[in-house]
Design a protein. Sequence first.
Length: 374
Amino acid sequence: MTGLRFVAAFVVFGFHLGAAGIADQGVLGTVTNLIFSQGATGVSFFFILSGFVLTWSARSSDTRQRFWRRRYAKIYPNHVVTWAAAFLMAIAAGKSVSAAEAVPNLLLLQAWASDERVYYSMNVVSWSLACEAFFYLLFPWLYRALTGIAGRMLWPAVAATFAAIWAVPAAVQLLPAEQHYWTIWVFPVARLPEFVAGMLLARIVRDGRFPSIGIWPPVVLVVVTYICCRWLPEDIRIVAATAIPFAILIAAVGAADAAGRPTPWRARWLVWLGEVSFAFYLVHYLALRFVGWLVGKDNPVPVEAVLAVATLGLAIVASWLLYRLVERPAMRLLGGAPRLRAAPSSALGMPSGSRWLYPRHQRDHPERQEHHPA
C-alpha cells in the first residue's frame, strides 16, 4: 500500500510536467500527454486511500483531540514550509501575492472559495489539503457512524457512496458552466464520498467481506479506465470515471497486505518512495516552477527530456529533505507518542464494539497498536 502511494504521486507529477511546459514539445509532448493527461486523478486515489488507512489504523483508545493533533502534525508543518517556499518564489519572480489569496491558503480554507485565484494560490497542489482537513474534522463522527453499520449493509453503503460520486457531475448540470470544475474537482463536500468509500472498504477488508479477486484484475481495470476516460466529457472524466476503479484497487491491495501476500509495490525502494510521497506531492509543483523559471519553455525535445528527469530528481531530493527535516520531527514532537494502555473506545465517540478494527494479536496486546502516521 505504501509503495502504491508513490505511483499515484508520480502520475500527478507527470500531469504537471506537461502542464508546466517542461515536456510538451514534439514526440516527448505527445508521449507525456498520452501517459499523463489523466494524471491529476491521482488526487482521487489519495482521498480514497486516506479514508481507508485512517479507518484501518484507528484506535479504540483514541480521542478526537489526539487524532486531530496527529493529523495536524502530519500535514500542517509540511504545508507551512511549502507555502513559504511558494511565497518566496512568487516574490523572486516579481509577482504580487494578495492577502486574499495567501491567508486562506495558509489556513487551508482555499478550497471553499470558487475563485481560481484563491483555490490555486501559492503552492497550487495544496488545495487538496484543504479537502483533507475537512475530512479529518469529520472523521471521528464518520467513524462512529461506520461502526454502527451492520456487516450485511456495508456493500450497499459502498454502492451508495459510489452513486454519490457519480451524482456530483449530474447535479452540477443545474449550475452555471463556470461553476462545474470547482464544484466537481475542488469543493470539499463534493470530494467527501471518495473519503467515505475508503473508510467503508477498510471495514469490509477487515471483516473479511472483500472478495478474493487478487490484485491484477483491479490493476487492469484501473489502467484501462485511466487510458480510456480521456475521451469522456470533462465533468465525468476528472473524478467519477476513475474513483471506483481506484477504490477497488486500494481495497484489493489492502486485502493482500493484510493477508501477507506479495505485491509488486513491496520493493524496498518503492516503499521508501511511498514514505516520502506526501512530501513529494507538496514539493513537485514548486520544483517544476523553479526549473521552468530557470530555463524557460519551448526548449528542444532532448533538452526537455533532460529537464524532465532532472526535475524529477530535484523533487525527490527536496521531498526527502522535507520528510527528514520537517515531517518526521513534527510527527515526533507534535503527534504524540502511542498510548500503551487501552482507554475506553467511547473516547473518540465510538461504541465499545469498535475493537473489531484491530487484528486479534493487537486486541490481546494493546501495547502493539502502532502509531500509524497514515
